[in-house]
Design a binder for this molecule. Structure first.
Ligand SMILES: Cc1cc2nc3c(=O)[nH]c(=O)nc-3n(C[C@H](O)[C@H](O)[C@H](O)COP(=O)(O)OP(=O)(O)OC[C@H]3O[C@@H](n4cnc5c(N)ncnc54)[C@H](O)[C@@H]3O)c2cc1C
Length: 458
């Protein structure tokens, strides 16, 4: 089932590419609305975007660039959504960054990997769009006016070729969203851009069978806004844990699983679209991805919301070991498979699982690791003996694991778990280690575009 399968970081890109889909539509002029406190745009080419994550920001910029006026509403006090948290990178095939690193890739190879991961639940048209346009999407982000640094490329789970892009600074999600937010400057837009924060959209207004605007709540006041077109970019529902929420409805088995999502991800857009007089079709609602590596914070181990241990940690050579100090799976496997293996370890009483990173990996992800260590989520050990001591093991237990992994990396032996992609680092028992305890977390919901909240001529 796709629900536990790696979806190759599709979400960022799908959200982003949805903009393209939306913008294929021809937007009609603004309509008026006689509701109290309704705001009208004087412009006849205006679009309301609900949600200020990467999808909404991309939509807003694209619409603005094509001459439309844009009102961007977000229920949070600041923009960014879960997009700001994206910590490993964005996938693209056939990019200049790959070429600069000598990586040969193609959209066909990306599509093949994605199809293999999705299995019987693959949606070929969506995958074709995602993979064929991935290089252009990354170029859009990395070229002016956004200039996002996406020059580093790593291979993450499920990919046959390194194609996950990030920059040299901190989290790529922050780099992308902050660049798009900065460039969305109402002061320089002749009144054609408005950003309204703290505005929770609660209703899509319909007129003559078409969506003609939205109603939203802001500081306890109900307001409405009339527009030509409405773009839903409200993210997923990976934090909708209420007893009447979408997780309870579609994935009750996950209600006790912690989440790495921001609290805003409560499926508002899904509900809004489904509440229309001609309700939107919701697909694959049970396809919720569980990410194997959420940090267990020693200061609050039971916390339901956890920081995500970026997949890039495993992509940079991180090993997963059980309480006996033994590896139990291919760290570069798909997320669903790694999660299932971790669950078996827990059931066998061999938890908690630890993620162990060597100095080279820690250096490659320095900004990430400094953040994790600063938050108390990862601990520095001077050497393997220090870790063995903490785990109540003999040094030989751990060194055996590390030496065996080194021999798999060198090709002297075959990894019993089928690992074939190795980071360029061998474990040295005298070298320092960064270590964290981890547990699976509800990560994100497959964002299937619900349907166009398109407008007919009015
Ligand atoms: C911790 C973490 C790490 C991740 N790392 C990666 C990664 O490395 N690479 C990758 O590709 N993907 C990653 N993902 C997934 C990716 O971040 C998301 O899939 C993506 O950000 C979704 O973008 P979005 O714009 O659709 O939604 P979001 O970024 O979540 O934005 C939705 C916005 O809509 C607003 N909103 C919601 N409801 C309403 C309403 N009723 N009215 C007004 N506003 C509303 C929210 O406040 C929010 O700002 C990660 C996710 C998490 C949680």
């Amino acid at each position: 089932m796709l629900r536990r399968r790696t979806y190759f970081f599709l979400a960022l890109l799908v959200g982003f590419l949805s903009v393209v889909v939306f913008n294929l539509y021809h937007y009609q002029g603004f309509s008026s609305n006689s509701e109290p406190t309704t705001r009208h745009m004087s412009d006849s080419k205006s679009i309301i975007v609900i949600g200020g994550g990467l999808a909404g920001l991309s939509a807003a910029h694209t619409a603005f660039g094509r001459g439309y006026s844009v009102v961007l509403l977000d229920k949070q006090p600041s923009l960014g959504g879960n997009s700001v948290k994206a910590s490993s990178g964005i996938n693209g095939a056939g990019t200049p960054a790959q070429t600069a690193h000598g990586i040969v890739d193609s959209s066909e190879a990306f599509a093949n990997d994605t199809n293999a991961s999705a299995g019987p639940l693959a949606r070929p048209a969506l995958i074709q769009t995602l993979t064929a346009q991935s290089a252009a999407a990354l170029a859009w982000l990395s070229e002016p006016p956004f200039n996002v640094d996406l020059s580093l490329v790593s291979r993450l789970g499920g990919h046959s070729i390194p194609r996950t892009h990030r920059g040299k600074g901190g989290a790529p999600g922050w780099a992308m969203t902050s660049a798009l937010i900065k460039a969305l400057d109402p002061g320089k837009a002749d009144g054609r851009i408005q950003v309204i924060n703290g505005a929770r959209v609660v209703k899509l207004v319909e007129r003559d069978g078409a969506v003609s605007g939205v109603e939203y709540e802001q500081q306890g006041e109900r307001k409405s806004l009339a527009g030509t077109a409405v773009i839903l970019a409200t993210g997923g529902y990976a934090a909708d844990f209420s007893t009447t929420g979408l997780l309870a409805q579609y994935r009750p088995d996950l209600l006790e699983t912690p989440t790495a999502s921001g609290g805003h991800a409560t499926g508002d857009g899904h509900r809004l679209a489904a509440s229309l007089n001609s309700p939107a079709a919701l697909w694959d609602m049970d396809q919720v991805q569980v990410h194997p590596t959420g940090f267990i914070d020693p200061a609050q181990p039971e916390a339901h919301t956890k920081f995500l241990a970026a997949e890039a940690l495993r992509g940079s050579g991180g090993l997963l070991i059980d309480s006996k100090g033994e590896r139990f799976f291919d760290e570069m496997g798909r997320r669903d498979a790694v999660t299932a293996a971790m669950q078996k370890v827990a059931e066998a009483g061999r938890g908690p699982v630890r993620l162990v990173l060597g100095p080279k990996g820690a250096e490659a992800l320095k900004a990430h690791c400094d953040f994790y260590v600063g938050k108390g989520l990862m601990k520095r050990h001077t050497d393997t003996a220090s870790l063995a001591d903490e785990m109540g093991l003999h040094l030989e237990d751990l060194s055996k694991t590390f030496h065996a992994h080194n021999s798999y990396k060198r090709g002297e032996q075959t990894d019993p778990f089928g690992k074939v992609h190795f980071h360029d680092e061998e474990f040295d028992i005298n070298a320092p280690l960064l270590v964290a305890q981890i547990t699976p977390v509800v990560h994100y919901v497959r964002i299937v575009l619900v349907m166009m909240i398109g407008l007919t001529e009015s």
